[in-house]
Write a protein that binds this ligand. Sequence first.
Ligand code: GFB
Length: 317
Amino acid sequence: MQSHQRVFVAGHRGLAGSAIMRALRSRGYANLVTRNRAELNLLDRAAVSEFFRQQRPDHVFLAAAKVGGILANKDHPAGFLLENLAIQNNVIEAAHECGVRKLLFLGSSCIYPRDCPQPIREEYLLSGKLEATNEAYAIAKIAGLKLCAAYNRQHGTDFLCAMPTNLYGPGDNYDLRSSHVLPALIRKFHEARERNQSKVVVWGTGAPLREFLYSDDLGEALVFLMQQCKAEQTGEAINVGTGEDISILELARRISELVGFRGELEFDAEKPDGTPRKLLDVSRIHALGWHHRVSLEEGLRQTYSAYQQSLLAACAA
Ligand code: GFB
């Protein structure tokens, strides 16, 4: 991928997509094509085809997806399955039709079996049952990965698939019904401190372990993969993570300290824990030459600071 080439970032406003945009811009890529939802509905097959025929991108990052935390996934499986299948089918097929040189599809660490050995190696895909709370989303992502592999085999394309672990960073979704745990806890602890509340409710038991990757690290990893690697080197999927995880209890303690909340934690066991652990084995991407840079401590500081700034901006508006 060279800096004069035309690069389409699908989902450029999301957590992953906006990080890809920053990583591309910092490397001098200026020929970036983006469309917001009002300009291009990725669920509309004909519109997506027409867009590709007109724009003729050389490279595509497919970061557009319907995403959400554990409860949103559990309660709306049909939407997660249908929308993600439609978006990825439309974009991948149109990319192939228009002769796109290289495409990078973004999956998720939840594609791996719930109870597979840890850390999770890429070859554990489809070796066991999925976690029930996000089965629909995972099935869609597995279908996307297999579609890329099928195009590569049948048509000789170079469509890569990256499987990132749980992401976080500035500009995340802070809606408590649909967000992931990290932004949810930032908001809950911040509001509890502001309102002098004595406790914060944390879902589940606090025992599950999660691995968190800062969004700019993901952006760097994806641009690295697009620039340096071919699908034959990465295999059907390549893990992107830090190789380190912490319990939800420990995460809650760290966020509570960062925010300056002095009250108690209460665990709501009515809410699901989800998968007990999904630590990625990142030796394949390390061997190719990429390593994460931002520690969880630093990433949490940056994310909380961006959250506070967004509140100030909202007040000023
Ligand atoms: O981040 P999260 O929603 O998603 O939840 P998953 C991670 C863990 O944090 C679960 C607990 O054990 C939650 O019960 N948790 C504690 C909370 N308090 C909260 C809270 O206030 N909000 C939320 N959301 N969780 C999702 C999948 O799984 O992760 C998707 O459903 C996708 O498919 C995504 O893979 C990365 O890590 O469990």
